[in-house]
Design a protein around this ligand. Structure first.
Ligand SMILES: Cc1cc2nc3c(=O)[nH]c(=O)nc-3n(C[C@H](O)[C@H](O)[C@H](O)COP(=O)(O)OP(=O)(O)OC[C@H]3O[C@@H](n4cnc5c(N)ncnc54)[C@H](O)[C@@H]3O)c2cc1C
Length: 389
């Protein structure tokens, strides 16, 4: 399917202004939020309101839904900037600017008005709810529904769900009881206050501090059939179909942004720290690490942008390139943050040194939108099965 983004309202001059504005936000107010989030271990709702008020949650969506309709490749330049900030800020921007795309492809006109448009406009929060504690991610799903008239009754468990305690709806993937594989999977918008639902906040995570993650249990929770996106059998297509390719590219660009932040911190530290009468930046061993990092970041960035352009033009290799860019960028991020921390010496291991937080946040990226093993599975499938081997 062609994935052409509409770009009717885009103009270069106002985009350049927006980029400057976001860069200033990231360097200023976002740093203040970062300190607050790290010390309070909580993302205040005021931050959501501020991001919404500045229009940062509706950058990618169509103008008809109240979005700015920024073309995908350009939007990624903004993701790169936000990713230099606290991971919780990047998470809000990435999720809200992406979730509408999963819903929109399957929404009826009525569902678009109830869920997609209010989500783009920041009036409701939607949590993407796929992962289960007792099943693999995808066709292994165990959460199940039984239908009675116009209502599904949902039972099962989910965990690790970002924004899962504060959302209004879970965009939840389940299956019709008794089905197997992709057949019978379905996507439902489940009301956060549905009866028969237990919501628990998960314990504190290693990185992405302050963002809430939920563990959910459903015991015959009623969900109107009218809240189903697409048909029975479309669940995995909603969760993993056309939505996942751009979302993985966006996560790959998040890795590039975070790596750039690590490199900035390493460069600044190397320029000021002196040992044995010389600054670290004058030592060849340190210069080589910085040079390797710069090369690594640029190579990943170019692959991410190439994947984005291929997706925008509906190219057949977009899904493969998306997985390649996520795999490459996350591996790059691991190398870059490791060297950046090393350049800081032991003090980099301690809070409140920014590299300590960046290093922890980087580790989370290896799970988002699929692990490296999953990316390799996708790439190999395209290479080997796609080639008729
Ligand atoms: C910060 C954070 C936020 C998250 N937010 C959300 C969210 O909002 N919504 C949501 O639904 N999920 C969310 N997740 C969950 C995330 O998507 C999963 O952790 C990820 O997809 C891996 O699934 P899993 O944890 O069930 O690992 P498992 O499936 O248990 O896998 C464990 C390990 O085995 C490997 N593995 C598993 N199956 C295979 C296989 N068939 N072949 C080879 N290797 C395999 C995996 O790659 C992994 O390394 C979040 C996770 C994190 C860390």
């Amino acid at each position: 399917m062609k994935q052409l983004e509409r770009s009717g309202v885009f103009d270069e001059a106002s985009f350049a202004q927006l980029k400057d504005e976001i860069a200033a936000y990231v360097a200023g107010p976002a740093e203040a939020w970062a300190s607050r989030i790290e010390s309070e271990r909580h993302v205040p709702l005021e931050l959501w309101e501020e991001l919404r008020g500045r229009g940062y949650l509706s950058l990618a969506a169509p103008a008809a839904y109240g979005g700015r309709e920024i073309p995908f490749e350009k939007y990624l330049e903004l993701v790169e900037l936000f990713s230099m900030s606290h991971a919780s800020i990047r998470m809000i921007v990435h999720v809200v600017n992406g979730t509408w795309r999963a819903m929109d492809r399957f929404a009826t006109a009525a569902q678009r008005q109830r869920f997609v448009v209010p989500s783009v406009q920041g009036e409701i929060k939607i949590a993407f709810t796929l992962t289960e504690p007792t099943a693999g991610t995808g066709a292994d799903l165990r959460c199940s529904v039984v239908r009675d008239g116009d209502t599904y009754y949902l039972s099962g468990e989910k965990h690790l769900i970002t924004f899962g305690t504060i959302c209004d709806y879970w965009l939840l993937f389940a299956r019709v009881a008794g089905t197997r594989g992709a057949d019978g999977t379905l996507a439902l918008l489940v009301d956060r206050n549905a009866p028969g639902t237990t919501v628990e906040a998960m314990d504190e995570s290693m990185g992405v501090r302050g963002t809430d993650h939920a563990r959910l249990t459903f015991d015959r929770a009623p969900v109107p059939v009218a809240n189903r996106l697409g048909s029975e059998g479309d669940g995995l297509a909603v969760a993993l179909g056309g939505f996942l390719t751009p979302s993985r590219i966006s996560v790959a660009m998040s890795c590039v942004g975070l790596a750039r932040r690590a490199q900035e911190l390493a460069l600044a530290y190397a320029a000021k720290r002196e040992t044995f009468g010389k600054r670290l930046a004058q030592r060849q061993a340190i210069r080589f690490m910085l040079a390797e990092n710069a090369t690594d970041i640029e190579a990943a960035r170019q692959l991410v942008l190439h994947a984005a352009r291929q997706w925008q033009t509906g190219a057949a290799d977009a899904a493969k390139l998306s997985s390649m860019s996520k795999l490459q960028a996350v591996e790059m991020l691991t190398r870059v943050t490791d060297k950046a921390l090393q350049i800081h010496g032991g003090i980099g291991f301690w809070q409140p040194n920014a590299i300590e937080r960046v290093y922890r946040d980087a580790r989370a990226q290896r799970f988002e939108e699929g692990t490296n093993e999953i990316q390799k599975t996708v790439i190999a499938r395209e290479l080997i099965d796609g080639a008729g081997a």
